[in-house]
Design a protein around this ligand. Sequence first.
Ligand code: ADP
Ligand code: MG
Length: 327
Amino acid sequence: PRLANQIAAGEVVERPASVIKELVENSVDAGAKQLDVEIENGGVKLMRVRDNGCGIGKNDLPLALSRHATSKIYHLDDLEAVGTLGFRGEALASISSVARLKLTSNDGQQDTAWCAQAEGRDMEAELSPAAHPQGTTVEVRDLFFNTPARRKFLRTEKTEYSRIEDILKRIALSRFELGFSLKNNGKVVHNWRPANSLAEQERRVAQICGPAFMENAVHVDINRTGLRLWGWVALPTFSRSQADLQHFYVNGRAIKDRLVAHAVKQAYQDVLYHGRHPAYVLYLELDPANVDVNVHPTKHEVRFRDGRLVHDFLFSSLHKALADVRP
Ligand code: ADP
Ligand code: MG
């Protein structure tokens, strides 16, 4: 309970895309190499995420659905160095309280896979044997069937679907080594193969951010005193009419952070172009002990132990990389 209290309970299920985020992050945490996502009717009718990760054993299935049950944190100290994407143990419980949830999993240690179903709040999960290769499939149907007020807040199917697509793109950009597929209303929309070499990574970035981004991008990879910054920054020759393309990841987690945005923008505008927003896909890697990811439940914000050091590193690294290729 102390741990549970200190991990602030956040509302994780706002819309279909937030469900997809939680499910996909669970699959990533489970060490899956391939993730297949299926959507019907903007996610409201059906969302299905299948992975080939470690799976969940029969005895742990009901636990996975109960609130504040996480297999990812054992001590409060672990919060200091959370390496997994999820750690609050509330996503599946929250989802199952507002939808019909079916969890089928095989941990590779049993004769058969097992399936648990939960529907609405306070329902006991019942277990039945099932067929499933090692890994997990989570199926979420009829989102908000028991909370019509929340259902009313949803936008059109098309809008909800495109938010799901954005979430998946954001995660696929952070896990090149994993394969992802996305099916919408029965049709395969994306199939991103695992990308290990730089060329394969650049192909995925082009698939996700558009070929024009990649054609105009500078590859950056700078390592200094325990900090590494790598990724791609587009030169001013890349013009984009849509919303800004700015992806920043800290230790594999997508974040939006003012300090980071400021450092990148300063470097970009200093070297290249005043009054224009840079487009980038960048990755910062640092010792997890030097960054606090537990600032906000939706986990988009971070707090660096030494913000100034990070700002200076980002600014000077990018400044140099961009100055080297100044047109
Ligand atoms: P959290 O991710 O914060 O631990 P969740 O409610 O998202 O909490 O998941 C609860 C638990 O269920 C996880 O800690 C994990 O043990 C298990 N779990 C959920 N999804 C998967 C999956 N796809 N593969 C393996 N285990 C899973
Ligand atoms: Mg989770």
